[in-house]
Design a protein around this ligand. Structure first.
Ligand code: 13P
Ligand code: SF4
Length: 318
């Protein structure tokens, strides 16, 4: 027998109301990263950076966590709070850093560096986390690496730009896995310099996933939440932002008197400064995933337990 036809997906304000209705009915919580579309951020229960989102996911008592972000974030939520059903509106919402660190190759890399402490950025798969001693995010990477005794060599994966920045902050050599974020790596330095010339008083805020060449221009460097704080504190009225432009939604709302500028990518024929994975999520997919309770994130229990340990070590550092 054929399944009964589903009602069409509502549009406009009705779609927003239908999402909120489903959320109530399922006792769900919607968590969104700052890189999500503004309309998703506006109806989320909590919007934050990777660290904050994992902290909220770990302690929520909602039955269902809908993660408006990318796969590694939803997977981390499941690892931390396995009793909840975790949904990701689009399973293809990946991350070039996570995809660029396949577990087999990472294992072989670690075998070539015996005796090293392994620090992995949260932007990686559960399998990579399970091979790590401790996880970090962009907001605590310096503190996490600094928690390891100086005489112990450290492998840092998978973001070589974040790792290089941490290494410069601490004056400490790190063995870097050669991964990168395809979004932050390609901002155009030439266009940044042009913007700085056009707006000489502008403050430049940058995420540490950017290349060193770009970070050299930055007045402040930090996680998405740190950049939001810097935007509020800065006395500059023009602010140039070197991270995914989804963050501008919140920056503009919190700072109506300031003008925010994004930096185009080196290839100006595309909008490559937008994360194509984050932007796979839409209001319609959010509705469908609540309606169908799918796609669901599933993590085998032995892998979950192995990946949990290094995440808990990070959370214990505060
Ligand atoms: P945050 O740690 O600032 O949330 O960054 C996550 C991310 O994916 C940056 O590209
Ligand atoms: Fe991954 Fe980069 Fe997208 Fe962040 S912006 S989710 S690091 S691809």
């Amino acid at each position: 027998m054929n399944a009964p036809p589903q009602a069409p997906v509502p549009t406009g304000q009705e779609l927003v109301e239908a999402i909120l209705e489903l959320r109530r009915g399922l006792n769900a919580v919607i968590l969104a990263h700052y890189y999500q579309q503004g309309e998703i951020q506006d109806l989320a229960d909590f919007v934050g950076d990777s660290l904050q989102l994992s902290q909220v996911a770990a302690r929520t008592e909602a039955e269902v966590i809908v993660f408006a972000g990318v796969h590694f974030m939803a997977e981390t939520a499941k690892i931390l709070n396995p009793g909840r059903q975790v949904l990701l509106p689009d399973l293809e919402a990946g991350c070039s850093l996570a995809d660029g660190c396949p577990p087999d190759a990472f294992r072989a890399f670690l075998d070539r560096h015996p005796g090293h402490a392994v620090v992995s950025y949260i932007n990686c798969s559960a399998a990579t986390k399970a091979m790590s001693d401790i996880i970090c995010t962009s907001s605590n990477a310096v503190r996490v690496v600094d928690s390891i005794p100086r005489d112990r060599p450290v492998v840092f994966a998978p973001d070589r730009h974040l790792g290089a920045w941490v290494s410069r902050q601490l004056g400490r050599d790190l063995v870097l896995w050669p991964g990168s974020c395809e979004v932050h790596e390609q901002f155009s330095e030439r266009r940044l310099v042009e913007l700085k010339t056009l707006h000489p008083g502008a403050a430049v805020l940058a995420h540490p996933e950017c290349t060193e060449a770009l970070l050299r221009h930055a007045d402040r460097i930090g996680s998405t939440t740190a950049l939001l704080t810097f935007a509020g504190e800065s006395r500059a009225t023009d602010i140039i932002v070197l991270t995914e432009p989804g963050i501008l939604h919140r920056m503009r709302r919190e700072n109506p008197g300031k003008t925010f500028w994004t930096v185009p990518g080196a290839d100006e024929s595309c909008s490559c400064n937008e994360c194509p994975y984050m932007k796979r999520n839409t209001l319609e997919k959010l509705y469908l995933c609540l309606r169908d309770r799918a796609p669901e994130i599933v993590v085998p229990e032995d892998l979950r337990v192995a990946a949990l340990r290094p995440i808990e070590r990070m959370l214990a550092l505060g």
